[in-house]
Design a binder for this molecule. Sequence first.
Ligand code: 6PG
Length: 249
Amino acid sequence: MGTNVEVLPSQTALLERSLQLVADKINTATALHGQCTIALSGGSTPKSLYEAIAKQSLPWEKIHVFWGDERYVPPEHPDSNQGMARRAWLDKVDIPAANIHPMPTDAADPAADAQKYELEVRKFFGSAPGEFPVFDIVLLGMGDDGHTASLFPHTDVLQARDRAIGVGNKDGEPRLTFTAALINQARCVIFIVAGANKQSALAQVFAPEGDDMAYPSRLIEPVGELWWLLDESAGGNLGLATSQSRSNY
Ligand code: 6PG
């Protein structure tokens, strides 16, 4: 479906455009399917977006929230992606508790928790064996090393083809993560990336030829829509015209 790339002049413009696009995709999904399934990213970049979404009037009862990755810590831990999204957004709106589907991190066994979440997600979507759930929206960020979700360079989970949820490895620290195989089944994947420290990894990700294992964001080529929303400091030097397809970049 081609890749939509937008370079926004400032972080404020990036936030406004991200809010507009996400709200639009949520409303489209609830209109088409009666519900919207969205997977959240963690890290620092999406926090202001979640705070802005909380101020919108959206059909909260029709929105099901999942996480694309999670640090292996309890929800009250400052590094928890679940904790961040609840404080910034979910605790402020009238979304049914049953619509919130956090990644489990309490088994003291990341592989067991990954399997547990895989079963929960597959049950929610009614996915048959070998079939992948199809999310309406998957939000992603990108690290300055080119990782996304918790798909870090040269880690085993990058090879996963038959699983939806895997165990990521950040310098030996376990994470739970959507696999690239699951992300690539989504109807709409939205990368939101800000900061000059992301420039060199972005250049590698957008290069026609490159090392997918060294820059895992290159593995994200969904069957549905792919959006890259970048601020000027991250994407200004890529020489990308807005909405230009990477294949003929
Ligand atoms: C996480 C994220 C991760 C994040 C990038 C970018 O749990 O850390 O899901 O993939 O999106 O590391 O993080 P920043 O937005 O903080 O730069």
